[in-house]
Design a protein around this ligand. Structure first.
Ligand code: HEC
Ligand code: HEC
Ligand code: HEC
Ligand code: HEC
Ligand code: HEC
Ligand code: HEC
Ligand code: HEC
Ligand code: HEC
Ligand code: HEC
Length: 418
C-alpha cells in the first residue's frame, strides 16, 4: 500500500514535470511575441494581436513569414543563421505573401477553394505596376488586409469586408496631401458616401450593392476604362443595359470615346434618379448634348410627357380609391391592382434606356389601361355610396313621416278620448 502511494507520488511528479516541459515548449514557440509584445510601436506585436490572425489560427508562426528561430529566447532568434530575413520592406510585401498564396499545392492543404491568383492579378493593377516601377506609396497587400491581426475577408471586422472596404481605400484615396503627386481627384469616397449604392449597403445592409472593389476589382484594381464601365453596371442592372445596348446612344458614345451609363449617372455619386432628370432644363442629363427643340429633344419631351401622364393617372385613381375606402366601400381588389399600374410605370422608366418613344409608350399605355379601370372601380364605388346614401335618406324620411303621422294620430285619439 505504502509503496503504491510512493509510486503514485513519483508518477504525479513526473507528469507535472512533463506538463511543465510542455508549457515551456509552448512558450519557446512564441518567444518572438514574448519579446515583441513588450517593445514599443512600430516593433510591438502582442500575442493577443497575433492570436486573432488567420495565419496563427492555422498554426503558422512569426517565423513562417519572417524566418528566424522562435525557440531561442534572446536576440539569436533573429540571426541570419536561423534564416531571419530582417525588416520587410514595402516593395517586398507582395512577393512575401505570394510565396504561399500563389502556391496552389501548398494552399490546397489548408483550403482548396481559396483562389491563388492574388499576386498575378495584383501585378496587372495600377498599384502593382507602379510598385514594380519603385513607387512605394501605392497599396500593397498589407495596406488592404492589415498585418498581424489579419482576418479572412468574410469576417465583418476584416478591412476588406464589403462594409469596410471603402474606408480602407479612402485612407489613401481621400488624403489629398498623400495623393498630391498624382494627377487624380481625391473625392471618390466623399462622393460614394452620397450615392444610392452606399445608402443601400450601409443603411439597408444590402451587400449586393457595389463598393469600391466591386467596380474596380480587388487585386486587379484599375479604373474600369471606357469599354468596361458599361459592363460594370450591367452586371447588376441587366434590363437598363440590354436596352442601352440597342440604343443609338451606345454606338454614338462609343465613337465619341465617351463612357456609357456614367455619362448620365456619374460614377461615384450616383443619385436616385427621378423624372426631373428628363426635363428640358439646362441641368438635365440630356441637355449636355441636345438642343431645345431638335428631334431628340422632342422625343425626350414626349417620353417625359408619357411618364407624367401615367404618374398622374395613378395618383388620380389612388385618390378616388382612398375616398371610397374611407367611406366604407369595398375597393381592396382595385387598390391591389394599382400595384400593376405602378409596376408598368417602373418598367417604363427602365424602357427610357432605349431612348425612343415607342417602347416607353407601350409600357405607359398598359399602365394607363389598368389605372383607368381602377379609377372606374373607385368612381363606381363612390356612385354606389351615393345611391346608398340617397336610399338611406329616403328610408329615414319615410320613417320620420310615419313617426310624425303616428304622433298626430295619437294626438287625435287622445283629443277624442277627452
Ligand atoms: C530578445 C527579444 C527579441 C526576440 C526573442 C525577438 N526579437 Fe525581433 N526584435 C527585437 C528588437 C529589440 C528589435 C529591434 C532591433 C533593431 O532595431 O535592430 C527587433 C526587430 C525585429 C524585426 C524588425 C527588423 C527591422 O529591422 O525593423 C522583426 C521583423 C522581428 N524583430 C521579428 C522577430 C521574429 C520573427 C522573432 C522570432 C523568431 C523575433 N523577432 C524575436 C527583439 C526580439
Ligand atoms: C503572414 C505573414 C506575417 C506573420 C505571420 C508575421 N508577420 Fe510581422 N510582418 C509581416 C509583414 C508583411 C511586415 C511588414 C508590414 C508592412 O510594412 O506593411 C511585418 C512587419 C513586422 C515588424 C516590423 C514592424 C515595423 O514597422 O518595422 C515586426 C517587429 C514584426 N513584423 C514582428 C512579427 C512577430 C513578432 C510576429 C509573430 C507574433 C509576426 N511578425 C508575424 C508579415 C508577417
Ligand atoms: C507561410 C505561408 C503564408 C504566407 C507567407 C502568407 N499567408 Fe496568408 N494564408 C496562409 C494560409 C495557410 C492561410 C489559411 C487559408 C485557409 O485555411 O483558409 C492564409 C490565409 C490568408 C487570408 C484569409 C483568406 C480567406 O479565407 O479569406 C488572407 C486574406 C491572407 N492569408 C493574406 C495574406 C497576406 C496579405 C500575406 C502577406 C502579408 C500572407 N497572407 C502571407 C499562408 C500564408
Ligand atoms: C487594393 C486592396 C487590396 C490589395 C492591394 C490586396 N488585396 Fe487581397 N483582397 C482585397 C479584397 C477587397 C478582398 C475581398 C474579396 C471578397 O470580398 O471576396 C481580398 C481578398 C483576398 C484573399 C481571399 C481570397 C480571395 O481571393 O478572395 C486573399 C488570400 C488575398 N486577398 C490575398 C492578397 C495578397 C496575397 C495580396 C498581395 C499580393 C493582396 N491580397 C492584395 C483587397 C486587396
Ligand atoms: C496605401 C495607399 C493606397 C490604398 C490603401 C489604396 N490605393 Fe489605390 N492607389 C494609390 C496610389 C498611390 C495610386 C497611384 C495613382 C496614380 O497612378 O494616378 C493608386 C491608384 C489607384 C487606381 C488607379 C487610378 C488611376 O486612374 O490611375 C485605382 C482605380 C485605385 N487605386 C483603386 C483603389 C481601391 C479600390 C482601393 C481599395 C480597395 C485602393 N485603391 C487602395 C494608393 C492607394
Ligand atoms: C459603381 C461603380 C464604382 C464604384 C462603387 C466606385 N468606383 Fe471608382 N470609378 C468608377 C468608374 C466608372 C470610374 C471612371 C473610369 C474612367 O473614367 O475610365 C472610376 C474612377 C476611379 C478612380 C480614377 C480617378 C477618378 O476619380 O476618375 C479612382 C482612384 C477610383 N475610381 C477609386 C474609387 C474608390 C476609392 C471607390 C470607393 C470609395 C470607388 N472608386 C468606387 C466606378 C466606381
Ligand atoms: C454589384 C451590383 C451593382 C453594380 C455593379 C452597380 N449597381 Fe447600381 N444599384 C445596385 C443596387 C443593389 C442598388 C439599390 C437598388 C434598390 O434601391 O433597391 C442600385 C441602385 C442604383 C440606382 C438607383 C435606382 C434604383 O433602382 O434604386 C442607379 C441609378 C444605379 N444603381 C446606377 C448604377 C450605375 C450607373 C452603375 C455603374 C457605374 C451601377 N449602378 C453599378 C447594384 C449595383
Ligand atoms: C442618356 C442618359 C442615360 C444613360 C446613358 C443611362 N441612363 Fe439610366 N437613367 C436616365 C434617366 C433620365 C433616368 C430617370 C428615369 C426616370 O426616373 O424618369 C434613368 C434611370 C435609371 C435607373 C433607375 C430607374 C429605373 O428604374 O430604371 C437605373 C438603375 C439606371 N438608369 C441605370 C442605368 C444603367 C445601368 C445605364 C447603362 C447601361 C444607364 N442607366 C444609362 C438616363 C440615362
Ligand atoms: C453625351 C451626349 C448625349 C447625351 C447626354 C444625351 N444624348 Fe441623346 N443622342 C446623342 C447623340 C450623339 C445622338 C445621335 C445618335 C445618332 O445620330 O445615331 C443621340 C440620339 C438621341 C435620340 C434619337 C435616338 C434614335 O434612336 O433615333 C434620342 C431620342 C435621344 N438622343 C434622347 C436623349 C435623352 C432623352 C437624353 C437624356 C436622358 C439624351 N439623349 C442624352 C448624344 C447624347
Amino acid at each position: 500500500m505504502w509503496r503504491n502511494k510512493r509510486l503514485y507520488q513519483v508518477l504525479g511528479l513526473l507528469l507535472g514535470m512533463g506538463c511543465f516541459a510542455g508549457a515551456a515548449a509552448a512558450q519557446t514557440a512564441s518567444t518572438c511575441a514574448d519579446c515583441h509584445g513588450a517593445l514599443d510601436a512600430p516593433l510591438q506585436v502582442t500575442a493577443e494581436q497575433f492570436a486573432a490572425d488567420i495565419h496563427a489560427q492555422k498554426g503558422l508562426t512569426c517565423a513562417s513569414c519572417h524566418g528566424g528561430d522562435p525557440s531561442k529566447a534572446d536576440m539569436d532568434a533573429m540571426s541570419k543563421a536561423a534564416g531571419f530575413r530582417g525588416k520587410v520592406e514595402r516593395k517586398q510585401v507582395p512577393e512575401l505573401c505570394g510565396r504561399c498564396h500563389s502556391d496552389g499545392a501548398y494552399m490546397r492543404q489548408y483550403n482548396p477553394s481559396l483562389r491563388t491568383d492574388q499576386l498575378s492579378q495584383y501585378k496587372t493593377s495600377v498599384h502593382g505596376k507602379r510598385l514594380a516601377q519603385g513607387d512605394t506609396k501605392v497599396a500593397v497587400c498589407t495596406d488592404c488586409h492589415g498585418v498581424h491581426g489579419l482576418r479572412p475577408a468574410s469576417d465583418t471586422r476584416s478591412k476588406v469586408h464589403p462594409l469596410n472596404v471603402a474606408q480602407t481605400c479612402s485612407r489613401c484615396h481621400a488624403d489629398a496631401a498623400y495623393m498630391k503627386s498624382y494627377a487624380i481627384p481625391t473625392d471618390q469616397f466623399a462622393k460614394y458616401k452620397g450615392s444610392v449604392h452606399y445608402e443601400a449597403m450601409t443603411m439597408r445592409g444590402d451587400l449586393s450593392a457595389p463598393t469600391c472593389t466591386t467596380c474596380h476589382g480587388n487585386h486587379g484594381a484599375a479604373p474600369p476604362g471606357v469599354g468596361t464601365v458599361q459592363n460594370v453596371c450591367s452586371n447588376c442592372h441587366v434590363f437598363q443595359s440590354q436596352l442601352y445596348e440597342k440604343s443609338s446612344h451606345r454606338a454614338a458614345f462609343q465613337k465619341a470615346g465617351l463612357p456609357g451609363c456614367v455619362v448620365c449617372h456619374s460614377k461615384h455619386d450616383i443619385s436616385q434618379p427621378s423624372d426631373a432628370k428628363l426635363d428640358g432644363g439646362p441641368e438635365a442629363a440630356c441637355m449636355q448634348c441636345h438642343k431645345t427643340g431638335d428631334v431628340c429633344d422632342q422625343a425626350r419631351a414626349e417620353i417625359l410627357g408619357s411618364l407624367m401622364r401615367l404618374d398622374q393617372a395613378i395618383r388620380n385613381a389612388d385618390q378616388v380609391l382612398a375616398d371610397a375606402e374611407a367611406s366604407g366601400m369595398e375597393v381592396s381588389q382595385a387598390r391591389l391592382e394599382q400595384d400593376q399600374a405602378r409596376d408598368a410605370l417602373t418598367k417604363a422608366r427602365v424602357s427610357i434606356h432605349r431612348f425612343q418613344v415607342p417602347p416607353v409608350d407601350q409600357d405607359v399605355q398598359a399602365g394607363l389601361k389598368i389605372a383607368a379601370k381602377n379609377l372606374q372601380a373607385g368612381q363606381d364605388a363612390l356612385r354606389e355610396r351615393g345611391y346608398r346614401r340617397m336610399g338611406l335618406g329616403v328610408a329615414l324620411l319615410s320613417i320620420l313621416l310615419v313617426l310624425v303621422g303616428l304622433r298626430l294620430y295619437i294626438g287625435k285619439i287622445e283629443q277624442k278620448a277627452r
